[in-house]
Write a protein that binds this ligand. Sequence first.
Ligand code: IVH
Length: 685
Amino acid sequence: MTFEEAHIRIKDLSEQLEQHNYNYYVLSQPVISDYEFDMLMNELIALEKQYPELADPSSPANRVGGTVTKEFRSVKHKYPMLSLSNTYTEEEINEFDRRVRKLISGEVEYVCELKYDGVAIGLTYQEGRLIQALTRGDGVQGDDVTRNVMTVRSIPLKLKGDYPREFEIRGEILLTHKQFRKINEDRESMGEMLFANPRNAASGSLKMQNSAEVARRGLDCSLYYLLGENLPFENHFDSLTKAREWGFKISDHISLCRTQGDIHEFIQYWDKARRELPFDIDGVVIKVNSYRQQEELGYTAKSPRWAIAYKYKAEEAVTRLLSVDHQVGRTGAVTPVANLEPVFLSGTTVKRASLHNADIIASLDLHYNDFVIVEKGGEIIPKITGVDGKLRKAGSEPVTFISRCPECGEILVRQDGEAAYYCPNSKSCPPQIKGKLEHFISRKAMDIQSLGEGKIELLFDKGLITRPSDLYKLVFTDLHGLEKEYDNPEDGKTKKISFRDKTVYNILQGIEASKNIPFERVLFALGIRHIGETAAKKLARHFGSIEKLMTAGMEELIGLPEVGEKMASSILDYFRDPENIEMVAELKTQGLQMHIPDETKSPPTRSKTLEEKSVVISGVFEGYSREQLQEIVEQHGGKNTSSVSSKTSFILAGDKMGPGKLEKAATLNIPIINLQEFLEMIQEK
Ligand code: IVH
């Protein structure tokens, strides 16, 4: 490819990718598959790497991230970032309307919008390009998070249409419930502290140092306020309509209202309908539409007089705090949990609430027997949001965070920058040992379904297992006849379970079957801190065997795109411990998969059959994912491309191949082969 051709192709790819981004993330109407998108993106990234001088600062390649910001620069806002005064009753809204009408002349029209519960952001565009993204900060100056914001797919990096030369647009960075759950599931599988709600998760994500990690969080952004000099509109509603045309994601749930009744209707409608939204809102915002009238009304020191927020009441109840438990997880993280006098709250009886960490206990100034406010927001676990200090009994003891592990007595430690305290006694603290064993047998790890939490606990209590390799030493006589008594919560009676023939047989068979679980899941099952499912998979594919991983150094580890410093140090720490080395060796002797079979190993070339061949894979295939087929193409020296051109050697077609590709292949006379033919082709040599 000549320099000129590369220039043209980069431009073409960038435009295509931005359009696909817009289709997917703003319109929610993708027209190509994720795979095809990734292929275009890979091609662009490769070309920009080859011709760095052709890389556009607003290139969609920036969306995958990769820059590291050690400290976010503090920058003064061009227009201070004000907030809104909050109201909680319809009467307060009526008062607002009366105040507005008193101060201005003529008809008044309001715009009612949703109040997003996310993180405020101000985006500056010049000549149609995103040049800066600032957080609110203290309202006067905020943090420059531009590189991280560029990874948010619904934020346009370049605009379309007739936009003003320079302006700022403000909105809210948020996470959908679905994405929030995914992040927390990943964190759970890595043994990390969970985020309490989508807002905290969004705000934490925005401040991460590595923008590649931000990209993976899947943040979204809704915009609601345009600022600039001499904007060519007369009112707020028109500005949003135009901004939508330039490519911004602007809510469809906006209403023009003329009367107090209209506003109340909007508020009441969304109080119910908000439960169906895929993200959290905490109220609605009511804004005077006309810019002229907004100017007439002006601002107070803190907020505009032309807008007001109506906040929905979170569903909450007041109850008494009985005690606080400190739970120790498999990684040693200690989570405080409040035991409450049972109280009915939005459909369920609440007895326990998470207190998250020591800082939260301190900021609530919690005392035993306090009357606390319990709230159930978007999240499933209720939380304590406040304390009624007036009802506190004189002399009641403050709740303090423990300094020693409640299970083993070890002094707790806290790492810099982390909210959680840990029990460092990972070797002999019972819940940590049990937690690691439970993780080992869990569904996504070794998947030994015949053993559950209860059975693991019994085997541990009887001194039969303390580490995964002990499971593979169990024999019939160890298990047969084991008994456990427990209290049945339904009738309060004590019950007994005992291991008879069938149970024992199932357990032993389940353990035996787990020896076929592939290496990547064995690696995940080991429970190395910060190594989740995805990281384990990547590491297994890259290194191919436990021995190679064990001997890898810091440099090689952090050289991998998916591995950061935290993960790398955790791997090094794990394999520095002789006990872990010994246990891994034992597991290997016991027959667990400690390497990947040759055919799934990545790159090393297996043949040169496809050398100089450019292959397009299209459609779906039985028994193979596209990624696997792509890997096979590469292993045989071929190159994968996403679009059919005169340079394509052949198309490997599965079911449901796109009609566009078929047509193009026919015009260019490009051979189409099926999976069978392909497999034969690579085996012939
Ligand atoms: S307009 C000068 N519209 O709530 C007024 N704000 O407490 C600019 N928010 O600072 C804000 N949804 O962070 C506006 N539809 C919406 C909003 C919204 C959420 C946030 C924003 C604002 C805060 C007000």
